[in-house]
Design a binder for this molecule. Structure first.
Ligand code: DC
Length: 213
């Protein structure tokens, strides 16, 4: 278990990753991008030809031989660097589908709890404060309005999809992530909510730092 955990949850496109990564850097903490773990697993299941209808047994059969690792900001799936492949819209879609499955979440729960190897940690995802690190020393829920999140996603994908598709994608993911029965996206009762719709990263970071002081 890590010593001290700062848990950051929130919907897609709220700016969690940027904030969490920079916060970890400034504090000298380790950084856990739990979404990248879900994405790498989903990529593996997708490449094995599975979809949302696959049985738990079939999924488990693949997961048991799966090795995911972070090193120098890169994500490795069974030793292959998949840092870019896990960010495609297709993998994002499958990630949202597979991450609703208990068998997948249980598998990753163990990995996540071990993150940081005893070092202090900034952990980012959907259920960091509610499920993975309920005893986190600080909890934040970072959000932004849906149009702004879609615009950020559109900019991030650099014209690979239209704004209408970016909006649809964000809306679908919000629905799937928050309506699933296992570990749905929600604000922990003791988390501090920060709306980043009209704030730049420095403003958000200073709000967080103020809470940590
Ligand atoms: O944060 P992200 O966009 O990389 O997450 C990709 C998907 O993974 C997202 O649709 C929800 C899922 N996810 C999750 O269910 N639980 C987490 N702790 C992190 C991500």
């Amino acid at each position: 278990m890590p010593k001290k955990v700062i848990a950051i949850d929130g919907p897609a496109g709220a700016g969690k990753s940027t904030v969490a990564k920079e916060l970890a850097k400034r504090l000298g903490y380790d950084y856990l991008d739990s979404g990248a773990l879900y994405r790498a697993l989903a990529l593996k299941l997708m490449l094995a030809g599975l979809d949302g209808e696959a049985s738990d047994d079939r999924i488990m059969n693949i997961l048991k031989d799966t090795h995911i690792e972070f090193s120098n900001g890169k994500v490795y799936l069974d030793k292959a660097d998949v840092s870019e492949r896990i960010r495609t819209p297709e993998t994002g879609h499958y990630t949202s589908v597979f991450s609703s499955k208990k068998v997948v979440r249980n598998f990753l729960l163990v990995l996540q709890k071990k993150a940081g190897n005893g070092a202090d940690l900034v952990a980012e995802g959907r259920d960091m404060a509610t499920v993975v690190f309920p005893d986190a020393s600080n909890k934040f829920f970072i959000t932004a309005n849906v149009d702004i999140r879609a615009q950020r996603r559109f900019n991030q994908l650099n014209g690979k999809i239209s704004f209408a598709d970016a909006l649809k994608d964000v809306q679908e993911r919000d629905k799937r992530d928050s309506e699933r029965t296992v570990a749905p996206l929600m604000k922990a009762p003791d988390a501090i909510e920060i709306d980043t719709s009209h704030k730049d990263i420095e403003t958000v970071l200073s709000e967080i730092m103020r809470e940590l002081a």
